[in-house]
Design a binder for this molecule. Structure first.
Ligand SMILES: Nc1ncnc2c1ncn2[C@@H]1O[C@H](COP(=O)(O)OP(=O)(O)OP(=O)(O)O)[C@@H](O)[C@H]1O
Ligand SMILES: [Mg+2]
Length: 248
């Protein structure tokens, strides 16, 4: 197997006495769409937080693009092309959709002219293209706080895309979204993968969505990696079925 884009090796993370992740390993190859499922509290969001440098891990290693990133901070990891979106959206409600896009622009270039150029002309064009891509172009001057929850999630997705990530970690992208908009969102995720070449790791509770979207799925239970496989394998895996039934 070629070197994975993201390689999580035996990662553990505890909060006080609660072991949120124990010896978790996961690999994602460039170009893949991979799912991460598991009952509530099984450690999915914690794993995302560890990967993107939101908090230090207790043990293990995380590699991205062949470089160890285990001890880097959020900003340094983002600059390397690895970004996440949140289970709860993080947009500025009192700013327009367009303004939210512009403040999300990366600040890779430091010179005044570069900043002016990249942030204001190229940036505005790219922001418009991406708002078009997620179907929010006509709402570009609306306050983000006036958008529906589903539209806010699409905006947050576009805000991540403007950074041109190699890989995006999406934490429950369809949660709280009107079922009729879910197919549109899945279509956008797939197009971001196929047309923009973005590798995706997606936490999702909606089984129909993840079975349809992901090529491979990992399942966490009680902080440990329980299973990995193709959607059909995961759907029929007795350990996965037990984990979900046992959780209720
Ligand atoms: N910052 C924190 N401080 C203390 N405990 C935490 C913290 N973050 C997570 N935990 C605990 O770690 C465990 C895993 O939580 P996590 O949020 O990663 O689960 P999850 O799989 O994302 O759940 P959900 O499906 O409900 O979003 C839970 O027991 C949770 O209470
Ligand atoms: Mg979570």
């Amino acid at each position: 197997m070629s070197r994975p884009l993201l390689d999580v090796r035996n990662v553990s993370k505890a909060f006080g006495g609660v072991i949120a992740n124990r010896n978790v390993s996961l690999q994602v190859k460039r170009g893949e769409i991979v799912g991460l499922i598991g009952p509530n509290g099984s450690g999915k969001t914690t794993l995302f937080n560890s990967i993107v440098g939101y908090h230090p891990i207790d043990a293990g290693e995380i590699w991205f693009k062949g470089e160890e990133i285990s001890r880097l901070r959020v900003g340094a990891i983002a600059r390397r092309g690895l970004l996440r979106t949140f289970q709860q959206t993080r947009i500025y409600g009192r700013m327009t959709a367009m303004e939210n896009m512009l403040i999300s622009l990366p600040e890779r270039k430091s010179g005044f002219f570069d900043l002016l150029h990249s942030r204001h002309s190229v940036g505005i064009e790219r922001a418009k293209e991406l708002l078009e891509f997620v179907g929010l172009y006509s709402k570009r001057y609306h306050y983000a706080g006036d958008l529906s929850f589903g539209q806010q999630k699409l905006l947050e997705f576009a805000m991540a895309l403007i950074n041109e990530p190699d890989m995006l970690l999406l934490d429950e992208p369809t949660a709280g979204i009107n079922p009729t908009l879910i197919n549109g969102l899945i279509d956008r995720l797939r197009r971001a993968n196929e047309e923009l070449g973005i590798t995706l790791l997606v936490i999702e509770h909606n089984m129909r969505v993840i079975m349809n979207l992901a090529e491979r799925i990992y399942c966490l239970a009680h902080g440990e990696m329980l299973a990995e496989g193709k959607p059909e394998e995961i759907r029929n895996d007795p350990r996965v079925i037990d984990a979900y039934l046992g959780a209720h």
